[in-house]
Design a protein around this ligand. Structure first.
Ligand code: BG6
Ligand code: MG
Length: 213
């Protein structure tokens, strides 16, 4: 195989499934409970950002100082609401072309991985029926530095036994595109990163990957 990419590393939330609204509702419930302003625009900034860093951004809109214990309790409470919302997640919450695109990539011999900041990655992959497609998963449970740090993508590539230059990262968040660039990966931007100038490829839908590879 002499082609440039041997592995494709997918972000999860916003690329393989639509969980933004569930994250939003769970964060909004927490913010409302604490009397803190929160809206969809702030939620957009949290794409690709780890659970604790996202919480810190939610709390930017209050002067209240919280203890570490309170922060941990907030994160746990948000996650428990989020997990109960994820129970509603079905394969209809993934783009219609996700499964056929993954099948084609597998048939063409690409190694496939997920590189996500989410600690709920495995649960989500199982809910949408995609878990079996991936040769490697690196997620929020494996890393200490969140995107835009490249740690999660470097770990996914290592688990595929491929160097970054042989992997293409597919991302919807600017933090993820930056992480890819810092790690030495080419990136394909999709969704809100569909026009990101740091991405090598710009996709309107996942199936377009098959044309650019
Ligand atoms: C990312 C989302 O995929 O996962 C972020 O884009 C989220 O918004 C992060 O904060 C962590 O998610 P979780 O599921 O571990 O709380
Ligand atoms: Mg994402």
């Amino acid at each position: 195989m002499s082609r440039k990419y041997k592995g494709i590393i997918f972000d999860l939330d916003g690329v393989l499934c639509t969980t933004d609204q569930f994250h939003y509702l769970a964060r909004k419930a927490l913010a409302d409970h604490e009397g803190i302003y929160f809206d969809e625009t702030i939620n957009q900034r949290l794409r690709g950002v780890s659970r604790m860093e996202s919480l810190r951004i939610v709390l930017e809109h209050t002067d209240q100082v919280y203890s570490d214990e309170a922060l941990q309790a907030f994160a746990a409470s948000k996650n428990s609401v989020y997990r109960s919302l994820l129970e509603r997640l079905t394969p209809s919450d993934m783009p219609a072309d996700a499964r056929p695109t993954l099948e084609s990539l597998m048939e063409k011999g690409y190694l496939l991985a997920v590189g996500s900041s989410s600690k709920n990655t495995q649960f989500i992959l199982e809910r949408i029926g995609l878990a079996h497609f991936f040769d490697a998963v690196a997620d929020g449970n494996d890393i200490t530095r969140s995107k835009p740090d490249p740690e999660v993508f470097l770990l996914a590539a290592e688990r595929l036994r491929l160097p970054p230059a042989a992997c293409l990262v597919v991302e919807d968040a600017s933090a993820g595109i930056e992480a890819a660039e810092r790690g030495g990966f080419d990136a394909a931007g999709i969704g809100s990163a569909g026009h990101n100038p740091h991405a090598r490829f710009h996709l309107e839908r996942l199936s377009q990957l098959l044309a650019v590879l």
